[in-house]
Design a protein around this ligand. Structure first.
Ligand code: ATP
Ligand code: MG
Length: 766
């Protein structure tokens, strides 16, 4: 059989040279004798022949012309052509008349032109790859307009069809893929000249199955072989020097002679990579080495296509996670549509994205892992965990990278098909439901094990000790001490949850589930409209503020102590309740009472305890005021082990006489001018002490204007969050009747203020 032809597993043939498939032998024969195949065969032969008699030349003065080079090499024999890299003029391919001339050129130890020493090397041998001619304008992708997207989606038959359609609309087109491939080939060619034996390996969304128009081109420059090459060339040179022979011209001439790759630092190598990109890769501009990133990279832009890309040199783990993501897409065809929809949803809600320079948003990689984790935890699971995958790994597939076990089967056919049959439509709704009520801060999402790791035991483990805990904790599937969402801040984490809840609510509606017969927006379309933040979230018991788990506010010592505590959740809850008491009473000067009950654990309230008069209040007119009683209502006896239905709550009954939530920023500024000891210019809120003073000042300014009745009365009731081992504190507010918008204002203020102040108090008390 022809070397270019391969037979396909399901019958038929494929011509690798022309990228053409033929259904049977006769049509294969037609193709092989046809014009296209013949033309490409002869083109390949011509290129290979040219390659065999061409040399790669660099080192000449900038501005040297092709005729000058041609003239120089004509001294050795005929020169067929000179091709310069057009926009930089730093290297040239000189095609000589025949191999004999080339050998003469290469035999000469030194070449000089215009006083410059030239580097002259044989060309790298490459496999010939046919790239069909680019269609006009195909390099630039025309962004899909939102209107067109809505139109296309509304025409689909059901949500599952909408989801599949989204993939088709977003994924890279054939021509975009080809362009990326060409660029990788170009980079490989140029870099091989400077770093012999190196490999340029694409990773990230260009190859992991989650490609989307215009996504960046992530490249890994693998210098392992180059290091070996350099080491052996050095050894050779040493030996030759001892024997009195001249230096080896090849390694001497290389850019590598400027640097020792085994001892060079990452920034040094990156600067070299940046220099090669700037000077030697045609069509590349805006090259910039970014050393500050967790994985330093060289960024660049490709002029013709507008494509942005980056090259890293110490990111081998990313090759593994890229392959893992790809394997997941191959294992289950629902993975891609689900991830595409959620990525787009998260982008529209300003929750995720990869803005340059980081920021607090969830990055696309972390979001994708969240979706994969969700699929691992369905019942029955839709995807295997990494621990399960490791068991399926063949002996040859064992991989350790940077000390982490990255073994998993490379081939999806080794995986057992999943027994999960949920539709895409319901998976999406379930995703929102599950994460709308997920305790992100209180546990670690592990794809390795396909479960949530409870914090106390995780933090005491070796990897846990290095893990950067935050409001959003997603463990990298391989680098287990790395939180891929460590950059996400409290605000984004909370918003993510809100948006999930909104999503879940919408997915229960008929508008989501059924196509509109009246041409209205339905299904996915509504999900992609940026959400209007809800005025207040109504829980079953009133307005809710969720106080997240902020373990990192504690000192390392008290953190450790807490993690070791037998009743970890309860201890944390006590801390938070003590903090709420302090904030309401001491910081906001609100008077709190409640039915008498036992005081909280040992935590409570040295600063806020019992009977202090309320500072700054001139009118202590009610005996309600100034006293605080907390009632742990409905306390049930504890049962063995975690009790999921444990209903423990703490209530405050509160009254406020002053609008301490209004104009705080102005008062803060005034205090600062008066030389307050703790100026706090940038932040929304200052320290606990400053905030106390702010309230006092407001109360003094309001002075006698207050009436006999409090402005506001409300109860607040704190409970531990819903899930098992949940660490969140849910605080429900119930205003007294007919306080309307005044309470709403106060509540809005508290939504931001209270969690922040609680965090500070907990941190201070620690
Ligand atoms: P896109 O570029 O379309 O936003 P991407 O997956 O390529 O998606 P990048 O931010 O370009 O995202 O990252 C490229 C790759 O680098 C990822 O696919 C992943 O393999 C790896 N990566 C990115 N962020 C992290 C991270 N926080 N931790 C570990 N690996 C990461
Ligand atoms: Mg990318």
């Amino acid at each position: 059989m022809e070397p270019d032809v391969e037979s396909l597993p399901r019958g038929g043939f494929r011509c690798r040279l022309c990228h053409v498939t033929a259904a049977n032998k006769p049509s294969l024969q037609d193709h092989l004798q046809g014009k296209k195949h013949q033309r490409l065969e002869s083109l390949r032969a011509k290129r290979q022949d040219q390659e065999l008699r061409s040399v790669f030349v660099s080192g000449f003065h900038k501005g040297t012309s092709a005729p000058e080079l041609s003239e120089y090499f004509q001294a050795f024999g005929g020169v067929a052509s000179v091709v310069m890299d057009k926009d930089k003029g730093v290297y040239a391919i000189v095609e000589l008349q025949d191999q004999e001339v080339m050998e003469k050129v290469l035999a000469q130890p030194e070449h000089c032109l215009g006083g410059q020493r030239l580097r002259v090397k044989p060309r790298e041998k490459k496999e010939f790859k046919y790239m069909p001619p680019k269609k006009q304008g195909s390099a630039h992708h025309v962004q899909l307009s939102p209107e067109k997207l809505v139109q296309a989606l509304c025409q689909a038959d059901d949500v599952d069809a909408q989801m599949s359609q989204l993939v088709q609309l977003f994924e890279l087109s054939e021509s975009e893929r080809r362009l990326r491939h060409l660029l990788v080939t170009l980079f490989q060619e140029v870099f091989s000249e400077f770093f012999p034996g190196c490999a340029i390996l694409p990773f990230g969304s260009s190859v992991n199955g989650f490609d989307i128009h215009g996504c960046d081109l992530d490249l890994f420059l693998d210098l392992e072989k180059t290091k070996t090459f350099q080491a052996s060339a050095k050894g050779l040179q040493g030996a030759q020097a001892e024997e009195g022979a001249g230096p080896d011209s090849d390694s001497e001439d290389s850019i590598l002679s400027d640097i020792d790759l085994t001892t060079a630092t990452v920034p040094e190598v990156l600067e070299l990579v940046a220099a090669v990109l700037r000077k030697c890769v045609p069509g590349v501009h805006s090259v910039q080495a970014v050393h500050s990133a967790r994985r330093p990279v060289v960024k660049f832009c490709h002029k013709d296509s507008g494509l942005l890309g980056d090259i890293s040199i110490n990111n081998r783990l990313a090759l593994c996670n890229t392959r893992f993501l790809q394997l997941c897409t191959e294992a289950d065809e629902r993975v891609r549509p689900l991830v595409y929809v959620l990525r787009y949803w998260a982008k529209q809600q300003a929750l995720a994205g990869n803005p340059f320079g980081g920021g607090p948003l969830l990055n696309n990689y972390a979001l994708t892992l969240l979706v994969l984790f969700f699929l691992q935890t369905r019942s029955p699971p839709a995807l295997p965990t990494l621990a399960q995958l490791r068991k399926l790994t063949g002996d040859g597939d064992q991989t350790i990278v940077d000390g982490w076990d990255c073994s998993f089967p490379q081939d999806a056919s080794r995986l057992e098909p999943s027994a999960n049959t949920e539709s895409l439509c319901s998976l999406l709704a379930e995703f929102f439901r599950v994460f709308g009520d997920h305790d992100f801060a209180g546990c670690v999402i592990s794809l390795q094990e396909g479960r949530m790791l409870p914090l106390p035991s995780f933090l005491l483990s070796e990897v846990g000790a290095k893990f950067k805990l935050g409001p959003f904790n997603v463990q990298d599937p391989f680098e287990l001490s790395h939180n891929v969402a460590a950059n996400v801040n409290e605000k984004i984490a909370q918003r993510f949850q809100h948006c999930c809840r909104d999503g879940a609510k919408y997915c229960r509606s008929l508008q989501y589930q059924r196509k509109s017969s009246k041409g209205k927006a339905w299904g996915l379309v509504r999900l992609f409209q940026p959400g209007v933040p809800e005025a207040g979230e109504l829980g079953p018991d009133g307005l809710l503020i969720t106080i997240p788990f902020t373990l990192m506010a504690l000192s390392p010592g008290s953190r450790q102590q807490l993690c070791q505590a037998r009743d970890f959740g309860r201890c944390w809850f006590n801390k938070v309740c003590a903090a709420i008491t302090f904030v309401l009473k001491d910081v906001l000067k609100c008077s709190c009472t409640g039915p008498a009950g036992e005081p909280l654990g040992q935590e409570p309230t040295e600063q806020s305890g019992g009977e202090q008069p309320i500072v700054g209040s001139k009118h202590p007119r009610s005996d309600e005021r100034g006293s605080l009683v907390i009632s742990p209502a409905k306390k049930r006896p504890r049962v063995e082990g975690p009790a999921p239905e444990e209903e423990e709550s703490v209530s405050w009954s509160c009254a406020m006489w002053h609008r301490v939530w209004m104009g705080r920023r102005r008062v803060r500024r005034q205090l600062r001018h008066l030389g307050s000891p703790q100026p706090d210019t940038e932040q929304e809120a200052g320290s606990l002490e400053v905030e106390e003073k702010v309230s006092e000042a407001i109360i003094q300014q309001e002075g006698d204007s207050m009436g006999a009745e409090p402005l506001l009365r409300f109860t607040a009731c704190a409970r531990v969050g819903g899930g098992q081992e949940d660490t969140r504190t849910l605080l429900y507010f119930t205003p007294a009747p007919q306080q309307g918008s005044l309470f709403q204002d106060f509540y809005h203020f508290l939504q931001g203020f209270l969690p922040r102040m609680v965090e500070r108090y907990v941190g201070r008390a620690a």
